[in-house]
Design a protein around this ligand. Structure first.
Ligand code: FES
Length: 153
């Protein structure tokens, strides 16, 4: 291959598909400053802004996760993206379920398991870690519409 060919490949790739490289490492997001202030036995929604650099454009995307703990020692974090087709969902406290309004997907409020509707899998869980009393979530996106949990970014 010529030097022109070596230089041309990355340039061509950037021109054709600047957003092609989706392999950036997942970010750890601080979602609670103090784990002892979290409500117990009730899912809590936490919104945050993710900065995405796509070669020429820096975008700020509003993301959300749902946290659940019964004892402020063990934590579950769910992606805020419905695994059916990617809508946001909310918690119905009286029924203790997550409800996705797009196609009426229902998920258990504690485990995230599918209770009804078209979602092919339960809510996607995220890795969590506690550091100096703060709670962090490793934010990822997963392929919607399939029965298995497949990382997209
Ligand atoms: S996107 Fe949530 S049920 Fe369809």
């Amino acid at each position: 291959m010529t030097i022109g060919g070596l230089v041309g490949v990355p340039v061509l790739r950037a021109l054709v598909s600047p957003g092609f490289d989706r392999t950036a490492p997942a970010a750890w997001i601080k979602v609670a400053d103090d784990i002892n202030t979290l409500d117990l036995g009730v899912p809590i929604k936490v919104d945050f802004v993710e900065v995405v650099n796509d070669v020429w454009v820096e975008s700020r995307l509003l993301r959300s996760v749902w946290l659940y703990t019964e004892d402020a020692q063990a934590f579950t974090a769910f992606s805020g993206v419905c695994p059916h087709l990617g809508c946001s969902f909310f918690f119905e406290a009286d029924k203790k379920v997550f409800h996705c309004p797009c196609h009426h997907g229902l998920f258990d409020g504690k485990s995230g398991a599918v209770l009804g509707g078209p979602p092919p899998r339960g809510l996607d869980t995220l890795e969590v870690r506690v550091e100096d009393g703060a709670l962090f979530v490793k934010h990822r996106l997963f392929r919607p519409g399939i029965s298995t949990k497949e990382v997209l970014a």
